[in-house]
Design a protein around this ligand. Structure first.
Ligand SMILES: [Zn+2]
Length: 409
């Protein structure tokens, strides 16, 4: 009878449940664990908790449990039903599995651990389940974690947009910068994408928000203005987004110049796109000689690059006064560069200067705190089966980056 005790322990069974029998089929490589309960007990209604007499039993159900020595292991039982005067005839909650799940809680816990380490198809292979079953465990885990999550406004909020796939299908993400977790995801990157996040808090709760890091993107700015008093003192335009705009300007200059040079039969800028986009110290060694030669050629691209690289220094300043002094010099240089894409970005920064200043006077925050999240999201995107559609993409982000308590209790 030792196997009966063993499984009772493994399933953490408590009175009134017990293991009635364990059947082993060597040919089918399968273990079946039959559960039963003592008679004469009262059962809580799953809706209201009222203690009720047994009404009848549902048909026998089976739950996949953790394998035993490589043998597929199934738990079998007939779930008791109660008749609640208020809620009608219902199946009672079972301690080893969540309602509607075809897996034991122990199996779901293990599946969650596996899915944390690999994509859904990989996990399905390891766990010997179908893709849909594995996905169902992930969806339930996320729903459970979100239901449990404390309703709390982060002091430092990050707002970001992500392309859900190649092309222009975006999602808006909200981070808790201090916790490094994704708090909220919505379709598109409009004001209406962000409004419901702030709307989920009362005006008093929203006063707990000290700063919001984001791109110079008017729909997001408008949403913050609509929901936060003193929005101009709370918005911090994210360093990496600003530099991304500068990088795009450099690229626009390069494209135009490459075209001009090509017309003269010069191919010197061919294949140089990424050389200009690296931060100088990150340029891979194998490109350094070519890049030095290019820089020496008095190209418009090289000038725009130098202006971009110079701007990066801004965020190294500790004091607002020094930062502004530097900015004024930089702005003069950029706006006298006769490079229109660079001039455009310089004016864009000027229009948004209040939120650039706030980095020095309110909170030195960037969305880089969410860098770990970003690299995870990149991985999620690469998982071919990880998101068959945008809803799946969101579920996977919450699963991997939501900072949620995912396990069944
Ligand atoms: Zn009830």
């Amino acid at each position: 009878m030792r196997d009966i005790e063993l499984y009772a322990q493994l399933l953490s069974l408590e009175d009134p449940w017990f293991v009635d029998d364990v059947r082993l089929s060597v040919t089918e490589r399968r273990v079946e664990v039959l559960l039963a309960h003592h008679e004469g007990r009262r059962w809580p209604c799953p809706s209201c908790g009222a203690e009720l007499a047994l009404y009848d039993h549902a048909d026998e159900r089976r739950w996949r449990h953790l394998d035993t020595g490589g043998f597929a292991t199934l738990v079998l039982a007939r779930p008791p039903r109660v008749q609640c005067p208020e809620h009608g005839v219902l199946q009672v909650n079972l301690p080893w599995a969540e309602p509607k799940s075809r897996f034991t809680k122990a199996f779901e816990r293990f599946a969650i651990d596996v899915m944390k380490e690999t994509d859904v198809s990989g996990a399905a292979n390891i766990l010997k389940t179908s893709w849909d079953e594995c996905w169902g465990i992930m969806e339930r885990a996320v729903a459970r974690g979100r239901a449990r999550k404390e309703h709390r406004v982060p002091a430092l909020v990050g707002v970001d947009e992500k392309a859900a796939r190649k092309g222009h299908s975006y999602v808006t993400l909200v981070y808790d910068i201090a916790a490094g977790s994704v708090e909220y995801i919505a379709d598109d990157r409009k004001q209406e994408s962000l409004d419901p996040y702030f709307g989920s808090f009362t005006p008093e709760e929203r006063e707990g928000i000290r700063a919001v890091a984001m791109d110079m993107w008017e729909p997001y700015v408008n949403s913050v203005r609509a929901h936060l008093a003193d929005a101009e003192q709370k918005i911090v335009f994210d360093k990496f987004h600003i530099l991304k705009h500068m990088g795009d300007a450099v690229d626009t200059v390069r494209k135009a110049e490459h075209k001009e040079l090509r017309a003269q039969g010069l191919e010197i800028l061919s294949g140089s796109k990424y050389l200009w986009l690296y931060g100088e110290e990150n340029l891979p060694k194998r490109h350094r000689d070519r890049f030095c030669a290019l820089k020496a050629l008095n190209l418009k691209t090289a000038r725009s690059w130098a202006i971009k690289e110079s701007l990066r220094v801004l965020w190294d300043y500790h004091r607002l006064g020094w930062a502004l002094r530097f900015y004024k010099q930089w702005f003069f240089w950029a706006t006298h560069s006769r490079l229109q894409p660079v001039i455009d970005v310089a004016y864009m920064i000027k229009r948004h200067l209040y939120g650039v200043r706030n980095y020095f006077s309110v909170a030195r925050i960037t969305n880089a705190a969410a860098e770990g999240v970003n690299s995870k999201i990149q991985t999620i995107k690469k998982m071919a089966y990880g998101y068959r559609n945008r809803e799946h993409f969101k579920t996977a982000i919450f699963f991997h980056c939501g900072g949620l308590q995912l396990y069944p209790v």
